[in-house]
Design a protein around this ligand. Structure first.
Ligand code: ZN
Length: 186
């Protein structure tokens, strides 16, 4: 992936020999500070726009979940006794509760899935842009590598923290042991 400093768009340089397909100009290997500032500003604006879309998707997730829960509650309510004498509960597809439950489950489920997909897509887009901005700022180059996935990042950080925690515990244990030995000898 490479960024064009003229139109600020990303493109695949291996397909076009380093030429931006939008403005047909050769993208340089390195850039100066002025080019960096304008490019990074444009990428920040884009990241903010994607962040807004991700937040909008999150509200679909929350609303969808609420309607799903309401749907499930009404589904339970649509089970009614067979008759006054027989208390066996059967589902009543002709009841208002059943109609409401189907609306809630279908509508809520769709909104929930739609929100989840969009939230994942735009979270990824924001992450990629922030990763690329850091790369451009640090190297003054236009060709950031692939952004690691959120899950692999979380995994790496968690395992590092766990490793450090175990190391600290080990040191503490050894210090305690040494302290006991010292008190025994004196
Ligand atoms: Zn361009």
């Amino acid at each position: 992936m490479k960024y064009c400093p003229h139109c600020k768009k990303a493109f695949d340089p291996s397909k076009t020999n380093g030429v931006c397909p939008t403005c047909h100009l050769q993208a340089p290997e390195t850039i100066d500070q002025d080019t960096r500032t304008s490019l990074v500003q444009a990428l920040h604006r884009k990241a903010n726009a994607y962040g807004d879309k991700r937040d909008g998707a999150m509200s679909f997730v929350v609303l969808g979940a609420i309607f799903l829960i309401i749907g499930v509650i009404f589904f339970v309510l649509s089970f009614k006794p067979v008759s006054v004498d027989d208390n066996t509960r059967v589902i009543r597809p002709d009841s208002l509760e059943f109609v409401v439950s189907m609306l809630g489950i279908c509508g809520g489920g769709l909104a929930f899935l739609y929100g989840c997909v969009r939230a994942i897509i735009f979270t990824r887009k924001v992450r990629v842009l922030h990763h690329d901005i850091d790369y451009i700022n640090m190297t003054l180059r236009l060709d950031p590598g692939p952004t690691p996935l959120l899950v692999s990042d979380v995994y790496r950080k968690t395992s590092l923290r766990l490793k450090n925690y175990l190391k600290i515990k080990k040191v503490e244990r050894e210090a305690k042991k040494a302290g006991r030995k010292a008190s025994k000898e004196s």
